[in-house]
Design a protein around this ligand. Sequence first.
Ligand code: PLP
Length: 416
Amino acid sequence: MAVFARAPGLPRVAWARGVEVVDTDGRRYLDASGGAVVVGVGHGVEEVVEAAAAQARRVAYVHGTAFGSDVLEEYAAELAPLLPLDDPAVYPVSGGSEAVETALKMARAYHLARGEDRWVVVGREHSYHGNSRGALDVSGRAALRAPYLPWLGPAVHTSTPQEYRCGFDTHPHGCGLRHAERLEQTIADAGPERVAAFVAEPVAGAGLAACVPPEDYWPAVVEVCRRHGVLVVADEVMTGFGRTGRWFASEHFGMRPDLLTAGKGAASGYWPLGLAVASGEVHETIGDGGLVHGFTYSHHAVGAATGLAVLRRLRDHGLVGAAEERGAQLAGLLRERLGDHPWVGDVRGAGLLVGVELVEDRGSRTPFPRSRRVTEQLLAAAKELGLLLYPAAGCADGSRGDAVLLGPPLVISAAE
Ligand code: PLP
């Protein structure tokens, strides 16, 4: 039977160690994107493999409504103090999209439990929160939504800070406040009593190539949400688990969300793990068993064992601090070596989540026409040279813009 491949003519992967991937023809690649910004602890870490295998040997699978597990309790206990939520409760799933779906349902369940019929979710333009229908509905990336528009429904989208092409640079207090005002208007238009949640990435990932919002943005946005009883959902699927030089990117802004989603770095690619996390207040309001929801593979013991081993590796090897240090080095080098290149418009990011925006004209910041397929060409050329990058979208001014993301394993050395 054919494999419905995600792209034509792919090389076949043979093995990987550290930051290196090797294909079956013996070609070596530097994994500068950790796959889809997934691999934090590096490839081929024996103790993570062993933790997953040991759990699978004990018991690989029971249904999450029939049994809890010690390993999941242990994982939750070690994860809790690292999360930017008060008294958090975790709902483990199989990936980022499932985590977002779960968080959306938690938001709805929270309001229903309080006797409020809220269902509208506010997302942001240019954002990406997953490809399942609920997560795609919240996502703002037009190209991904386009084929499925008839299926997409009640989510509405507000503006997002994008410093490189900010339309608000005349505001006396910085553009973050303008975006918070926009959010408040979006909530007002939707009917504040109907709005359940606001979903956003603390630092934008693929949708805007590692755009960091101005400092005044998150405090103002959280204040607007709290005033209208709207839950704040921090989507940390890409930014979580040390990627930006903090355990979670919310920390950069002193933000305490009501709900948080994670995935990717949580199990570093060794297991398909996603997490939806609720604050103590949201959890207690819904109550254990109060969420009409569930997946066959949620609360998986092998996922918990893998996540625990990854967490310990990140913590015991100081990889979160390493991400901050190596990230500053990487962004510095990119600016130094490529900063004058006529096609490099911007180098930005936080920690080891670094975006490079490509433009046809630096002075006017004019993007390349889409027909040039610049991102695709750059990715292919880099791969030819043995360098793996991840595609992203540039800051938008009506067109999508070209950009690439660098997000190597956090174990990358200064020399690498
Ligand atoms: N949320 C964010 C911010 C993401 O970057 C992604 C994936 O890129 C997702 C959600 C969806 O995660 P997954 O692909 O694991 O379903």
